[in-house]
Ligand binder design. Structure first.
Ligand SMILES: [Zn+2]
Length: 234
């Protein structure tokens, strides 16, 4: 398994690592700061640098063995196994993803209904709710910006699989089941606001999200409402 450094520190931009293997899709390192696509958050982009070369990473995915695959740009030369590299993410993009991802946690608190889907994108994000009536766009936006402005700390708590089984109400997102098998599950905690299993990357304080806008609330079927957000500062 690749050591996932972003789990301990989402702000870490780069790390030294050793190439372990190549797969059809890309390069596997012993440790990485690159987040692999999952839980509605896109995979990181960035670069691998080594003595005498560098390669652009255009996507990051996890394989079935828990290894993280750095997908290189078409035509890029991959560093050989055993090569010492420096792995560096495009942090400006990652930080926008962290801000929007954290904001979707606030949205799930503003609208405390079952979540049936969601996606974080660069500059925007959405959650789908199992909800028959459309919430008021202006009110949702005001509530979100209030929670952002209150500057709540964003932290984590770890529980066991058994503890999660005893508290099924913690799982709000019906479409994404929390990762199991490691024996422990990470909960994202914004005290007094949100608590749910999440393996993604988040900002440390809600004020770091910055002002947001509710772009649209769409009807997606009789019971489904899609709420789309974007950063108000573009
Ligand atoms: Zn999260």
């Amino acid at each position: 398994m690749t050591e996932r450094l972003y789990t301990r520190d989402a702000y870490r931009r780069q790390c030294p690592a050793t190439v372990q293997a190549h797969t059809e899709r890309g390069v596997i390192l012993d440790a990485t700061v690159f987040y692999p696509v999952g839980g509605g958050q896109p995979g990181d982009t960035g670069r691998l640098h080594w003595d005498g070369g560098s390669a652009e990473v255009v996507d990051t995915v996890a394989d079935t063995e828990g290894r993280i695959v750095h997908v290189l740009a078409e035509g890029a030369t991959a560093p050989e196994p055993g090569t010492e590299v420096n792995a560096e993410i495009d942090f400006d993009r990652r930080h926008r993803l962290m801000r929007m991802h954290t904001c979707l946690h606030l949205l799930s608190a503003v609208l405390p209904y079952p979540v049936t889907g969601g996606q974080v994108s660069d500059g925007s994000g959405r959650l789908d709710f199992d909800l028959p009536d459309s919430p008021d766009k202006t009110e949702v936006e005001a509530e979100l910006n209030r929670l952002i402005g209150e500057d709540h700390p964003v932290g984590e708590r770890w529980i066991t699989d058994a503890e999660l089984d005893a508290q099924p109400e913690l799982v709000k997102t019906l479409s994404v089941q929390p990762p199991r098998g490691a024996g422990r599950i990470r909960l994202l905690e914004i005290p007094g606001v949100d608590l749910q299993p999440c393996g993604g990357t988040h900002v440390k304080q809600t004020s770091e999200i910055g002002p947001v806008r509710v772009r649209k609330i769409e009807k997606k079927g009789r019971m489904n409402r899609r709420v789309k957000l974007e950063f108000a500062d573009g």
